[in-house]
Design a protein. Structure first.
Length: 228
């Protein structure tokens, strides 16, 4: 009987510890571990990315499209970000990133990038005598920095820090969308190349809006994107 009581006591204590863990929050001061948590009391911190989409249907239809290199360079300098491209569609910032290992806790889900290349087949491990990589692509999934298929597999704090950086530099931004999807990174890289060549991006708006809608959707993200 005494052993049974001790066992029940242990289970109760373990359950309480587990419940306490559920109420832990992200360490807002962390700059190199975006998955770190702290046991401090939660703070009221307004989510800085996909704000409108938290509770309502959104639209990704815009009238203007511009490449913002300055914002991209500032985000690329953050821990965990290797490359960043920022497009401003009206007053909404669309951010495509490649993730590196200068920070932890940046993403969840399985690894997408195959970094097992050898001298031959550097960009094509499955075809060892083919070293070709399309120069128009920023990433092709082999021997490169990390991509993440779904935007909600990027951790909340990582996206929060990126969005806060953008909003601090450009306060008139109405919303921020962040993705590390390979197709999205390559598409925004293609548009950046057009901008570098001095081309107006307005003709590309329909396809930009279409891929943004596919990547981010239009339905509310809560509760699929958790902040806790």
């Amino acid at each position: 009987m005494q052993n049974l009581r001790l066992g029940l006591t242990f289970i109760c204590i373990s359950s309480l510890l587990g419940l306490c863990g559920c109420f832990s929050i992200y360490d807002k001061n962390s700059a190199s571990n975006y998955g770190s948590r702290t046991g401090n009391a939660p703070q009221d911190t307004t989510r800085a990315y996909q704000t409108e989409q938290q509770n309502s249907i959104v639209s990704h239809r815009h009238s203007t499209l511009q490449f913002n290199q300055a914002l991209g360079e500032k985000v690329a300098a953050m821990n965990g970000v290797n490359s960043c491209i920022v497009m401003m569609a009206d007053k909404t910032a669309y951010v495509a990133i490649l993730i590196d290992n200068t920070a932890s806790g940046t993403k969840s889900g399985p690894l997408e990038t195959n970094n097992a290349g050898t001298v031959r087949g550097l960009y094509n491990p499955s075809t060892p005598f083919n070293d070709y990589m399309d120069p128009n692509l920023l990433t092709n999934g082999s021997n490169n920095y990390e991509t993440v298929q779904y935007h909600d597999q990027i951790t909340h704090l990582f996206k929060q820090k990126i969005a806060e950086k953008i909003r601090s530099l450009q306060p008139n931004v109405s919303d921020v969308y962040i993705s590390a999807n390979r197709d999205y990174v390559n598409e925004l890289n293609r548009l950046a190349q057009e901008a570098w060549s001095g081309h107006d991006l307005t003709p590309y708006l329909p396809e930009f809006d279409a891929i943004s809608e596919r990547i981010f959707g239009t339905l509310p993200t809560i509760p699929t994107q958790s902040e806790q």
